[in-house]
Design a protein around this ligand. Structure first.
Ligand code: CAA
Length: 260
């Protein structure tokens, strides 16, 4: 599989995907979006892969947003008729059932912030900056920013950030619950890959189900989510890995997972 705007490497059971347009601060043009969809589909289909990490090349940006130069001449009808941002986003989020982490190494603005928030969680470098500055371009978030940011940090901060376009630094992002933790930039890749490797070493179906369960908390009522949680738990009890995990615990030996 060849790519021009992203790099894809595997480290054991972990896929590392790097957006690679550093001169444009990794802005998300349509080629990047299409290649990300392909790379995530390949990761999802590869049984040997258990977790992915998405990051940006260089030490300045994860992604500075949707590509403004590509959008500048497009008119409303083109955006509307193509349902701009719908297809690639739903394919990335809905079709990737395996866990993936965003390792944010600098600016995550507009679509970049939105892309990071599509991940299952975010690990941020100390230099990371998050924002939804679309208002300064005369528009508004279009890839989920107004919704996922509000769910992540609450109405007050999300509203202020969307209305003023101000950036949130890594420390504030951690305090606000937007990111899991902050690490020095030079340790970011290692930390994210180590975490991804740990997740990839877990029983595969249980990892996918845990991801689905936590995401359900954002998508439905508590009552429905609790039913869904119980049913998914009950389904997992039918797996070989459930039998192995519980037997290994009782016999005080390491479990050997089948991913089934
Ligand atoms: N699209 C296209 N090109 C971009 C870009 C973007 N989102 N962000 C940066 N670039 C380009 C710049 O045009 C510049 O290219 P040239 O060298 O050819 O001029 C290069 O990347 C470096 O950028 P700067 O010179 O601006 O770097 P800086 O350090 O002075 O500033 C920055 C960094 C504050 C991130 C600034 O680049 C910036 O404000 N970028 C735009 C951020 C933004 O508005 N993002 C939202 C986009 S809209 C969106 O994402 C819609 C949505 O909801 C999906």
């Amino acid at each position: 599989m060849t790519y021009e705007t992203i790099l894809v490497e595997t480290f054991g059971a972990v896929t590392l995907i790097t957006i690679n347009r550093p001169k444009a601060l990794n802005a998300l043009n349509s080629q990047v979006c299409a290649e990300l969809v392909r790379a995530f589909a390949t990761f999802e289909a590869d049984e040997a892969q258990g977790c992915a990490v998405l990051t940006g090349s260089g030490d300045k940006a994860f992604a500075a947003g949707a590509d403004i130069k590509e959008m500048a001449d497009k008119r409303a009808a083109e955006f509307f008729l193509a349902d701009f941002f719908a297809d690639w986003q739903s394919r990335l989020v809905k079709s990737t059932r395996k866990p993936w982490i965003a390792a944010v190494n600098g600016f995550a603005l507009g679509g970049g912030c939105e892309l990071a928030m599509m991940a299952d969680f975010i690990i941020a470098a100390d230099c990371a900056k998050f924002g939804q500055p679309e208002i300064k371009l005369g528009v508004a978030p279009g890839m989920g920013g107004s919704q996922r940011l509000t769910r992540a940090v609450g109405k007050a901060k999300a509203m202020e950030m969307c209305l003023t376009g101000r950036m949130m630094d890594a420390a504030e992002a951690e305090r606000s619950g937007l990111v899991t933790r902050v690490v020095p930039l030079k340790e970011l890749a290692e930390d994210a890959l180590r975490t991804a490797n740990l997740i990839a070493s877990m029983p595969r179906m249980a990892a996918m189900v845990n991801k689905e369960m936590v995401n359900t908390a954002f998508e439905t009522t508590l009552e429905q989510a609790l039913v869904s949680e119980r049913r998914l738990f009950q389904i997992l009890t039918a797996t070989q890995d459930k039998a192995e995990g519980m037997e290994a615990f009782i016999k005080k030996r390491p479990a050997v997972w089948q991913g089934r």
